[in-house]
Design a protein around this ligand. Structure first.
Ligand code: SAH
Ligand code: ZN
Ligand code: ZN
Ligand code: ZN
Ligand code: ZN
Length: 499
């Protein structure tokens, strides 16, 4: 519901520009805050810091104007608060607990579902009123992503787990490309598939390091297997030691080639992600003595296809792969074969598209002209001289637009471009996405410019935060709508008691 309202209002309402992580930025519990500036009709407004990780004020309410004077007392209170918001157990302590846990007989292995925690017998008492799972097996411990509740309702985490088929595909691809190490950034399920095979199959040589903001994983992995990390500000919660773990992992020994795989929350700020990924790439480059690698760290960035132009702008060496990534807990993002919807999620990579072999069983084929694998519905357009479909459906060429467009679009002479048949011409007769009133588009919405002048106080601050939230969610209206639809469905399902 809330997501729906935001989705409608969020409609790409720009107005907020990310300036990034700047030296000396104040910290919230999620590390250094990001600097933003609100713009209105080309003019820059006041700059402010906000939390890098949380898109919902409920999760982190940090806010500070750039030029705001913060008193010593407030700084001290803030530091105290930041400390109080850190997990109750350190990673080290969790590793110790795990060692003790696996020594217990099956009958004494419990997992508290409410606290999302492995319990040791002397803690049962404290959790006696909570729901818990019994007889936690070795297999369950190898699949923490199944044991833990996916934090999908929390916009901050947006945990959407790979369907088994997609996860297996990624791993097979990684292996066939000759990689032996995977830096898993926000991909706990891929990490656990690798870890699980490594512990069970003698000749399985791949290793993985998981970087994720979800600290619950520290219960299952050692400090060499998991780092508590924020991918929006490149922040290692475990400090220099954790950073060193990552650096060591990226150092390629002998033939142990490294690839980074990441599947960030889609609502996130692409620029912030890109900046972190560039720092991870730099870390990889630095590990080579002399730093003379003239290459980039190989990478798979998993993200919806409608972010293609923004990702390619930030990473010109990347290209989009046609493969549709499927998710387990995302009703809309399952594969289209059985009449279900197709997934809009793709792989962006700096590896040669030719090398990314897609499964023929799922209809993918090789286009000899484009020199890449494409989905079955993606036909090579003679005029564009490329396989132009982005969403897996067969696109058609419009001679007037001089490009291929979605099959559901028609050329509109009034708008002078292709659009859905029943689109509102020239947009002015539909309500503005920002204020809902007719007669103007969001880009010229008067409410945006007045709020800018509406004095400094709390009101403006709230407005700015609201816009921040919109900008983060917004970006793509269709995505926001889909997300809203999904949330609603999920809620309904929950009420039904099904899963
Ligand atoms: N498809 C993946 C999961 C992707 S969901 C898989 O199955 O393995 C997004 C992941 O990013 C989640 O694991 C979530 O905990 C993590 N995440 C969300 N925000 C993050 C942040 N700020 N920094 C690091 N990881 C984050
Ligand atoms: Zn925060
Ligand atoms: Zn082609
Ligand atoms: Zn065409
Ligand atoms: Zn057209």
């Amino acid at each position: 519901m809330a997501a729906g309202a935001e989705g409608a209002a969020g409609a790409g309402s720009g107005g907020l520009v990310l300036l990034g992580v700047v030296p000396g930025a104040p910290c919230c519990p999620h590390g250094p805050a990001l600097l933003f500036v609100k713009t209105s009709q080309g003019k820059e407004g006041r700059r402010f810091y906000a939390c890098s990780a949380c898109r919902d004020r409920k999760d982190c309410k940090f806010f500070q104007w750039e030029d705001e004077k913060v008193s010593q007392t407030r700084l001290a209170t803030r530091e105290e608060y930041n400390r109080s918001r850190q997990p109750p157990c350190t990673h080290r302590q969790n590793v110790e607990r795990y060692k003790n846990f696996v020594l217990l007989p099956l009958s004494k292995r419990r997992f508290c579902q409410e606290c999302q925690q492995l319990l040791l017998p002397d803690e049962w008492e404290k959790h006696s009123s909570h729901q818990f799972l019994c007889d936690i097996s070795a297999a369950q411990l190898r699949s923490p992503s199944q044991l833990l509740y996916p934090l999908e309702n929390k916009k901050t985490n947006a945990q959407y787990l790979f369907a088994d088929r997609s996860c297996q595909f990624l791993l097979d691809l990684i292996i066939s490309l000759g990689f032996r190490r995977v830096l898993s950034v926000g991909t706990p399920r891929l990490h656990e598939m690798i870890q699980s095979k490594a512990s069970q199959e003698d000749n399985f040589r791949v290793r993985s390091l998981l970087l994720d903001i979800d600290f619950r994983y520290s219960q299952f992995y050692t400090e060499d297997e998991f780092c508590h990390y924020n991918m929006f500000n490149h922040y290692f919660f475990g400090g220099e030691a954790a950073r060193e773990t990552c650096r060591k992992f990226l150092h390629e020994e002998k033939d142990e080639r490294v690839i980074m795989v990441t599947d960030p929350p889609f609502g996130g700020l692409v620029e912030a992600l890109a900046s972190s990924f560039k720092q991870l790439m730099a870390m990889w480059k630095d590990t080579e003595k002399g730093g003379n690698k003239d290459q980039e760290m190989p990478m798979f960035w998993i993200f919806p296809y409608f972010f293609e132009s923004r990702i390619l702008e930030l990473f010109p060496s990347f290209s989009m792969v046609d493969y549709q990534v499927d998710y387990d807990n995302h009703a809309l993002y399952k594969h289209g074969k059985t009449g279900r919807r197709q997934s809009p999620v793709r792989i962006f990579t700096n590896l040669s598209p030719r090398a990314i072999v897609l499964p023929a069983e799922e209809g993918y084929r090789f286009c000899a002209i484009c020199q890449r694998y494409v989905s079955s519905g993606n036909h090579h357009c003679e005029i564009c001289n490329s396989c132009t479909s982005k969403d897996g459906r067969r696109w058609k060429h419009c001679v007037l637009c001089k490009k291929c467009v979605k099959p559901s679009w028609f050329h509109c002479n009034k708008c002078n471009c292709c659009a859905l048949e029943n689109h509102p011409c020239e947009q002015t007769d539909v309500g503005c996405f920002v204020c809902g009133k007719a007669g103007h588009k969001r880009s010229t919405c008067p409410s945006l410019s007045t709020s800018h002048q509406a004095g400094k106080g709390r009101k403006q601050r709230q407005e700015t935060l609201r816009n921040l939230k919109k900008a983060r969610l917004g970006v793509c209206r269709r995505w926001a709508m889909k997300h809203a639809m999904f949330s609603r469905r999920r809620i309904k399902k929950k009420k039904d008691g099904t899963n």
